[in-house]
Design a protein around this ligand. Sequence first.
Ligand code: ADP
Ligand code: MG
Length: 258
Amino acid sequence: MSDALEIRNLRVAVDGREILKGVNLVVPKGEVHAMMGPNGSGKSTLAQTLMGHPRYEVLEGEVLWKGQNILELSPDERAKLGLFLAFQYPVEIPGVVLGNFLHIAYQAVKGEEIPIGKFNRLLMQKLRLLDMDTSFISRNLNEGFSGGEKKRCEILQLAVLEPEFAVMDETDSGLDIDAVRIVANAVNTIYEQSGGQIGFLIITHYSRILRYIKPLHKVHVMMDGRVVLSGGPELAEELEEKGYDWLEEKLKAEGVLA
Ligand code: ADP
Ligand code: MG
């Protein structure tokens, strides 16, 4: 059994239109990978499919994790297997206090009861780790949160749920540079705290967050529903400098892209 998240020939349709056209990707546990790509290339479709959003119809392929094809599992079964997805557009849930939500989510994912007092101590420890204000957890989930606060809330969920593999979909988008740095530092801290055991797939249009992610093992590029290029961190820098158009032209000339 391989210790990796392995995506094999994944084809996915939304509303009858094929968006992912055969994605292949292996992210070993303990590695941090980035998935870059222009808008509309299918990055969020990949993230949503990994977490089992019902709108995304799998036409072909499999996603192997811990010896199972997770595409056959419900979203909560995936979470129980240690997978986590941070959303590009977190939902607001009025009337649900963040601290309570995290308590319920923790128990559901871990499959065990934890008394509120004990859980609150864990929560405080995570807030300190991420340098977050304690008042945060008494607020209603994402209600009236700024863009940056929503993203930090996602990061807090990630820290509390302690997954073995996390997918972050544009956790950096719409943030100013200080907030981007905070998100990146949190990722680094969570990686360190896991003893280098956690796997990350960081999905992003821009490379700026990747500059602060340490370590960054690999960078992939998605275009037109496929992974068209993989390389080291220097690939992110190259895309930052030159943009995506030149690469698209180049891949078209090579016949890699239609
Ligand atoms: P990215 O995250 O790389 O910007 P997306 O996966 O969001 O790309 O989108 C890829 C394509 O799929 C786009 O053309 C988009 O319009 C379409 N798409 C994605 N999700 C939906 C949806 N829920 N409904 C309709 N079209 C969608
Ligand atoms: Mg997206």
